[in-house]
Design a protein around this ligand. Structure first.
Ligand code: SF4
Length: 272
């Protein structure tokens, strides 16, 4: 018969063995953890790489950009190139180069904020048009208001803009958004509208409400008329507005959607 002392010794030995074994387990697990960490780091990179590609997927409704668009007409005098606008009425555009994924993610976030408001307008039954693509034959201009809503029998053109916190807090209006909205108000004959500004970090939002202002729209329409005259001058007398870019490889030229047609390089001038 084993004494109490033997029994205790046996139990201590067994526990010691178990502890030693579990110590080995811990070491093995620790080593595995190191290897796993490296493995999961690699896995993480592969996953990020794979999913970042999703930001470049195009909707089945996406089509190649063609023609004159409202957003390119409301830019500053320094940025406006009449040659670019006339060419866009006649020739195929270079499609946008791939942007860095960092920017693609930011754009997608902006799209998501647009969709959120547009869905809410539809759910509430106040949406008259959501991204209704319109065309002005007079100016050969495509334009797409974010939304047209009807509140208590009054129609509003809505332009949705997401902003970072600092810009949002400082903003008392949205200069480019309001020009776009005023042009849409003119073309759609709707005398009220608002820029719906949202802070993309906090989801706070505020409307910049405006009545139709002919003084804002006048210079934009003058530009559109000039573009039509310049187009006719080109068709009749082969006179093209002068180049704004001094060099073919300047930043503005490289980023221009009419680069190939302007310099007659690459795909050159393909008629629409
Ligand atoms: S490349 Fe420069 S000059 Fe030519 S159309 Fe574009 S912006 Fe104008």
């Amino acid at each position: 018969m084993s004494s109490l002392r033997d029994m205790i010794l046996a139990e201590v030995q067994e526990k010691g063995m178990r502890l030693q074994n579990s110590g080995n387990d811990i070491n093995i697990r620790r080593n595995n953890k190191g290897a796993n960490k490296a493995g999961s780091g690699l896995q993480e990179l592969l996953l990020i790489n794979r999913l970042d590609k999703l930001f470049y997927l195009r909707d089945h409704l996406d089509e190649d950009r063609a023609g004159l668009h409202a957003s390119s007409i409301i830019v500053s005098d320094a940025d406006l190139c009449y040659r670019q606008q006339v060419l866009s009425l006649l020739y195929k555009q270079n499609q946008s180069p791939e942007l860095p994924v960092r920017l693609m993610r930011i754009f997608k976030q902006g799209d998501a904020i647009h969709r959120k408001w547009q869905d809410l307008f539809v759910k509430a039954g106040i949406a008259e048009e959501i991204e209704g693509r319109s065309y002005s034959e007079q100016y050969e201009l495509y334009f797409t208001p974010d939304a047209i809503i009807n509140l208590d029998g009054k129609k509003y053109v809505v332009e949705i803009k997401s902003m970072n916190t600092l810009s949002y807090q400082r903003a008392t209006s949205h200069p480019s958004g309001r020009k776009q909205m005023q042009l849409y108000m003119h073309l759609k004959c709707i005398p009220q509208g608002f820029v719906l500004a949202e802070d993309k970090n906090t989801q706070e939002w505020k409307p910049f409400i405006e009545e139709y202002d002919p003084e804002t729209v006048k210079p934009i329409l003058a530009r559109l008329n000039d573009i039509q005259e310049m187009k006719q001058a080109f068709l009749k007398y082969n006179e093209m507005p002068p180049r704004k870019c001094k060099k073919i490889d300047s930043k503005k030229s490289v980023e221009c959607n009419m680069h190939d047609a302007c310099w007659n390089v690459g795909m050159g001038r393909i008629r629409l």
